[in-house]
Design a protein around this ligand. Structure first.
Ligand SMILES: *Cc1c(COP(=O)(O)O)cnc(C)c1O
Length: 509
């Protein structure tokens, strides 16, 4: 990492605000494990082994292997201290727009640790894991019910992986009817993974304009349609936090032109229990279990991005297919066995992220049908509460209410020399994870705030009070407090561009 300010060093003299140790009460300065450990010691006793040069054909290593040796307590402190330097949903408000950082209920954590789920192996005979397969089937049923779609592929490992799955299925369906279509349409406000997925699958990407109110421009879309267009990838609610109202007209236009409708369902949190994408004419949509259904993500766990399919695309869904017959649950892993369907292949070696499936189903079943509907309503209410409480002091680019996230821009900072980035850095000092900044690209200096349904009104009020304070300070004309921020974090302002362009990925002694 490139840091502008040097980390506190252990042997500097105590100064106001400084310490001899370099630590600050419970906030410890923690070096890399290679700097903390010593290569000539080991924290464990390893017995001498009776393997001589004879066994290794003269290839045995004679030098140090360079692995740092630490005692057990040193190793534990190292990792616990690192974990304390992390912003986490379990320590504070994390309004990172488009990421849905909601609380991960402990019920989900508890059931995911049941041995029958946590300790199964994907190569175990299927008759010994009937319960785990039943759980996958039940989760699939809930996903199909919630989306109004007839089929679901459970294996994709993340949202972007789900997009890949959906677009490969669309490509397979086109190939199947002998139709080569080279273009995928993507609205301006799309998540970066959408055009990336289309390009990865060999399509060229054509951008579709947004209207002045932040939604897809239906006229531009219909104009762009032709026999060359394979699909549209549209996010709904979109990344400006707005519901795309023209869904049915869009679906009809696409289908009339022989194209498919891919919906990025990462924002399903705002509509679950209220709208079924199947009713809107969607052909494929990924669902981020790690967003909508509360499974830990970011640094906290792997994602899971199941993809639901319409009748049109279902035959091309990837293996494995999970079926139930009179002998119980069974995975079809061979495409010959899948006939008359023609799966395009497979997305992953095994059957999906089991731990995430358990947590997601626990979330669904503990909420129930009415609870899921309330969760999406509360998520939208929280975002609108923030929007309504701030828009007199912080500029919002679009009129009216929002869905699950509130979008602001930097118009209110005009003439102050303070930027969106400075505001985000000040939030770190205030103990909040910053909102998403500079995304979507369609508004200048975007700040995208997604509070989720799991925050209390008290937390939202604190955030609103902080944001109002920051806005007043910013327009009062004194940028000093912003340009220095963060001052209370373990690291000061990083040179993020240099870190991204020249990442230092290897530690050298
Ligand atoms: C999060 C997100 C994605 C990507 O999901 P990952 O699980 O991070 O791959 C795609 N589209 C939108 C709109 C998202 O918010």
């Amino acid at each position: 990492m490139n840091v502008q300010d040097k980390p506190a060093s252990g042997n500097r003299a105590a100064s106001p605000g400084g310490t001899y140790s370099g630590d600050h009460a419970l906030q410890h300065e923690e070096p890399l494990i290679f700097e903390r450990g010593r290569t000539d010691v080991s924290g464990v006793d390893i017995p001498d082994v009776e393997i001589g040069p004879r066994h290794l054909a003269g290839l045995e290593r004679v030098g140090e292997i360079g692995i740092p040796g630490l005692s057990e307590p040193e190793a534990i402190r190292h990792y616990v201290r690192l974990s304390q330097l992390n912003a986490a949903i379990d320590t504070g408000f994390y309004p990172l727009g488009s990421c849905t950082m909601k609380h991960n209920p402990r019920l989900g954590e508890k059931v995911a640790r049941f041995a029958g789920f946590a300790d199964v192996h994907p190569l175990q005979p299927q008759r010994t894991v009937q319960g785990a397969l039943a759980l996958i089937a039940e989760l699939a049923r809930w996903l199909k019910e919630l989306t109004g779609m007839p089929a679901v592929a459970m294996t994709p490992r993340a949202g972007a992986h789900g997009e890949l799955c959906g677009i490969i299925a669309i490509r397979a369906a086109l190939e199947n009817r002998g139709d080569k279509r080279p273009i995928i349409l993507v609205p301006e406000s799309a998540h970066g993974t959408n055009p990336a997925t289309a390009a990865l699958c060999g399509f060229s990407v054509k951008s579709i304009k947004a209207t002045g109110e932040g939604r897809v421009d239906l006229a531009s879309l219909t104009q762009a349609l032709s026999s060359q267009v394979a699909a549209l990838m549209l996010t709904n609610p979109n990344t400006s936090g707005l519901f795309e109202r023209d869904m049915i007209a869009i679906a009809d236009a696409l289908h009339a032109a022989g194209a498919y409708f891919y919906c990025d369902g990462a924002n399903f949190n705002a509509i679950m229990g209220r709208v079924k994408p199947g009713d809107l004419g969607v052909d494929a949509m990924h669902i981020n279990l790690h967003k909508t259904f509360s499974t830990p993500h970011g640094g906290g766990g792997p994602g899971a991005g199941p993809v639901v399919f319409s009748e049109r695309l279902a035959p091309f869904a990837p293996l494995p297919l999970l079926v139930e017959d009179d002998r119980g649950f069974r995975l079809i892993e061979d495409s010959r066995e899948a006939q008359p369907a023609s799966p395009f292949g497979r997305m992953a070696a095994f059957h999906g992220q089991m731990g995430m499936f358990v947590r997601a189903l626990a979330y669904m079943m503990s909420h129930g049908r009415d609870g899921l509907r309330q969760a999406s309503g509360d998520a939208v209410l929280s975002a609108n509460y923030i929007l309504a409480s701030l828009k007199d002091v912080i500029s919002a680019p679009y009129d009216g209410s929002c869905m699950h996230e509130a979008l602001f821009d930097d118009t209110f900072l005009k003439g102050t020399s303070i930027t969106t980035l400075d505001v985000a850095k000040r939030l770190i000092d205030e103990g909040f994870h910053p909102m998403t900044v500079y995304f979507p690209l369609t508004v200048h200096g975007a700040m995208l705030v997604e509070p989720t349904e799991s925050e209390s009104k008290r937390t939202l009020d604190r955030f609103i009070a902080v944001m109002r304070g920051l806005a007043a300070e910013a327009i009062s004309g004194d940028p000093a407090g912003f340009k220095q921020a963060p001052v209370f974090a373990p690291r000061r302002r990083l040179d993020e561009t240099a870190a991204a362009r020249n990442p230092v990925l290897r530690w050298k002694p």
